[in-house]
Write a protein that binds this ligand. Sequence first.
Ligand SMILES: [Fe+2]
Length: 185
Amino acid sequence: MAVLTVPDKDLRFTDPTEIAGQLDGVGIDYERWENLKQVSSDAADQEILDGYAGEIELLKQKGGYVTADVINIVPTTEGLDAMLNKFNKEHWHDEDEVRFIVKGHGLFHIAPENGDVVSIEMEAGDMIRVPRGTRHWFNLCGDKTVRAIRLFQDTSGWTPHYTDSGVDQSYQPLCFGVTYFPQNV
Ligand SMILES: [Fe+2]
């Protein structure tokens, strides 16, 4: 299950409805997609996209997304640490960051304009939409594995703009599993 924390207030939520409510308060969409049994998490990318075609279509209509793909990160992914070091510092994008987790885990920290920093540990079945311009950063968990459907309004917009605020240094990337600290490269 997903875990939402508000580290500065020492709050933790594990109920999906409460998590969705907390995130809605800071402009983030969170959903549980419950048809996980219908598609194996080890299926080919296209089978994953076909299996979730209904959910993907709804999101496309809602957010104007034009393409969807599947990203596969495993401990042996080439250049893993370099890739992660791009996204574990506070940044924002010109388009929404939409992720549905099929397998593994991911930890998002979100720094809303008005409100406390929240962290959300995502696992299979969790969908998050971080709107364009929202400051956030991302870490893997101890399994160093994440397989996720991504949706794009325009793939060229998905470039990180760094804030260089250093705020990410104030929050430990804690997952329920063993936390993974990438080596600096
Ligand atoms: Fe991002």
